[in-house]
Design a protein around this ligand. Structure first.
Ligand code: RIB
Length: 278
C-alpha cells in the first residue's frame, strides 16, 4: 500500500484497517509512505514491483507523477483510493462523494446562523483538495452565504498550513464567525491559532474539519467534522484488490472492467461548532 503521508492519521488509520481486512484473507500488507514526494512515491513503487507484490492499493501524492505510468505499464492488480489518477482501464477506484461531504458541513454552519464563513483549502494538486474548495463555493451559494474572495485561503492538508491560513483569515477586516477546513489537521491548526490568540471556539469562531481522524475526538473542544468511513473504505478496497488478484491468477489475459465504488461521508457534530455570535 502506498500512502502520501504516514503522519496523517487519515492514511495511517486506513492502512491499519486495510491490513486487518486483508489479514483475514491471509494477505500481509507492506505499507510505505511517500512523505509528500512524487520522487519517493516512484522509488517505492519500483521497490514494491521488484518485491513482486501481488497487488497494490495506491493513494497518490498529487496529480502529476511518473508513478501513474509505471502502474499503468505494470500488470499488477491496482486499486486507487481517495485521489483519482489517470488509470481508467487499469484499476478499480474507491472514492468519496466530496460534494456531499462539503455540502453537509456548510449546511450545518448555515443552520447555526453563520453568514461569514471562511474556507481553508486542501492541497490544490489533489482531486479532493480542488473538489472540496469548489464544493464549498457552490454550497455557500446554495445556502445564500456571500463569499468574499479573501474568505478562501490556501492550505496543503498539513497542521501548519491550518495555523498560517487562520492567521491570514483573522487579520482581515470582515472576520469570519466560522472556519471550514478541508481536512482535520488544518482544522486543528485553526483551533490552535484561534485559542492562542484570544478567540473562544466555538463561542467566537466555529471550526469544522473533514476526515474524522482519531485526534478529532481527543482535542478540546472536540472537532465537528465530516467523517470518511475508513472501515468501509478498507472493506471495499480489500474486496476489490482480492478480486483483481484472483483474476490475475485465473484469467490474466482477460481485462477486468474498471469498478468505481463511492463512499458516502457523514457530518459528525461536536463541540467545536455552535451558533453564530451576533
Ligand atoms: O487529510 C488528508 C486528506 O487528503 C484527506 O481528506 C484525504 O481525503 C486525502 O485526500
Amino acid at each position: 500500500m502506498l500512502i502520501p503521508d504516514g503522519t496523517n492519521q487519515f492514511f495511517s488509520t486506513l492502512a491499519q484497517l486495510l491490513q486487518r481486512e486483508l489479514a483475514m484473507a491471509m494477505c500481509a500488507v507492506v505499507v510505505v509512505s511517500s512523505d509528500g514526494s512524487t520522487a519517493r512515491e516512484q522509488d517505492y513503487l519500483e521497490m514494491l514491483l521488484t518485491m513482486d507484490v501481488d497487488g497494490i492499493a495506491f493513494i497518490s501524492v498529487g496529480d502529476s507523477a511518473e508513478a501513474f505510468d509505471t502502474l499503468r505499464e505494470s500488470r499488477k492488480p491496482v486499486v486507487v483510493l481517495d485521489r483519482e489518477v489517470p488509470l481508467e482501464d487499469r484499476a478499480d477506484f474507491v472514492l468519496l462523494d466530496q460534494d456531499s461531504g462539503v455540502h453537509s458541513a456548510v449546511e450545518h454552519l448555515a443552520g447555526l446562523g453563520h453568514t461569514r464563513v471562511a474556507c481553508i483549502a486542501g492541497a490544490s494538486n489533489t482531486g479532493p483538495g480542488r473538489q472540496r474548495t469548489e464544493a464549498f463555493r457552490e454550497a455557500c451559494s446554495h445556502f445564500g452565504i456571500t463569499l468574499e474572495e479573501s474568505a478562501v485561503v490556501d492550505g496543503d492538508f498539513t497542521f501548519g498550513s491550518g495555523v498560517a491560513a487562520t492567521k491570514e483569515l483573522m487579520s482581515g477586516n470582515a472576520l469570519p464567525t466560522a472556519v471550514f477546513a478541508c481536512n482535520d489537521l488544518m482544522a486543528l491548526g485553526a483551533m490552535q491559532y484561534l485559542q492562542e490568540n484570544g478567540c473562544n471556539v466555538p463561542e467566537d469562531v466555529s471550526v469544522v474539519g473533514f476526515d474524522d481522524i482519531p485526534l478529532a475526538s481527543w482535542v478540546y473542544p472536540r472537532l465537528t467534522t465530516v467523517r470518511q468511513d475508513c472501515g468501509a473504505i478498507a472493506r471495499v478496497t480489500s474486496e476489490l484488490v482480492l478480486t483483481r488478484m484472483d483474476h490475475e491468477e485465473t484469467a490474466p489475459r482477460d481485462r477486468l472492467p474498471t469498478r468505481i465504488r463511492k463512499i458516502e461521508p457523514r457530518l459528525i457534530s461536536r463541540a467545536s461548532s455552535g451558533p453564530a455570535r451576533v
